[in-house]
Design a binder for this molecule. Structure first.
Ligand SMILES: [Zn+2]
Length: 129
């Protein structure tokens, strides 16, 4: 089963918890970042699908991408999953959150698959860590 970065998987875990009454709906909270009404949950790490913060739309966008599921890079490099994130800015933030030391400064702002290839070994190692 291809799970990709794990975003849809993590959201399905959250929605199930809300349906079971184990988690309040995001709209019942205030945004963890700005204090306005929250309207969604944000993940920082899709490997921990129930570790979420209620946020508003604009704070969610500002937070950038979550850490992908372990196994994501194996899927990516075997061609089972599309490249994500494509923006260098987002990729750089994601890699920093993962604790992986990869320098994308020489790559263009819009990343292509070829820009990830030099780091294949490091990323596949992260998958298994
Ligand atoms: Zn906010």
């Amino acid at each position: 089963m291809v799970r990709g970065t794990g975003g849809p998987y993590a959201m399905s875990v959250v929605h199930r918890a809300i349906r079971r009454g184990e988690l309040k709906a995001a709209a019942e909270h205030q945004c963890a970042d700005c204090g306005k009404s929250a309207n969604r949950y944000d993940h920082r790490d899709y490997n921990a699908p129930l570790r979420v913060d209620p946020v508003c739309h604009s704070c969610n966008a500002r937070r950038g991408p979550a850490i992908p599921l372990k196994g994501y890079f194996e899927e990516l490099f075997s061609g089972k999953y599309m490249l994500w994130p494509r923006r260098k800015k987002d990729a750089t933030r994601m890699l920093a959150a993962m604790g992986v030391d990869i320098d994308l400064s020489g790559a263009p702002d819009r990343l292509k698959f070829e820009h990830w290839l030099p780091f294949k070994e490091v990323l596949l190692e992260w998958d298994c860590s």
